[in-house]
Ligand binder design. Sequence first.
Ligand SMILES: [Zn+2]
Ligand SMILES: [Zn+2]
Length: 174
Amino acid sequence: MVLYLRDYETFPVHLCLETEPNSFTIDYNGISGISEVKVDLKIQKSDEEYFCQGNAHAKVVLECVRCLDKYESDMNFKTDFIICSEEYHDRLKDEAEDNENYVFCYGNEIKADITDIIREAIIIAVPMMPLCSEDCAGLCANCGINRNHQDCDCQTEVIDERWRGLKDLKQKEN
Ligand SMILES: [Zn+2]
Ligand SMILES: [Zn+2]
């Protein structure tokens, strides 16, 4: 996802960026597929900095922590960052608080590649405990069947670990 900021004469500008199918890749354990990455970007220019506010969307394939099935999820997330040249950033470094995300631009075309910052935003937006659905039935603790697809006849008695010692003792006595 590359921007050529020289193309715009007046700011703010509002852009809608979309990736070509299969052109956006992501190397992250929790994501096994990605498509339809779209970024709705508002850019305001101030001095030599371009302030960007992005509302983004991506379709990602995640693995459910409960049933281990892969499922597709529509993710919406925000990403804000500033585009400026590296030299400009270095000059300002001392005075500015540096807790912003920067993307460095270069060349006559004021070219900026925002792919990495979008990737980071996607990774941050991935849920810690992805669930295929709120009421996912998970795997049977006994036979391992995926209870969303099949039923099993297991009697899965839930044993409270704190009582296990006493239970074993009882069996020995008998
Ligand atoms: Zn699930
Ligand atoms: Zn079972």
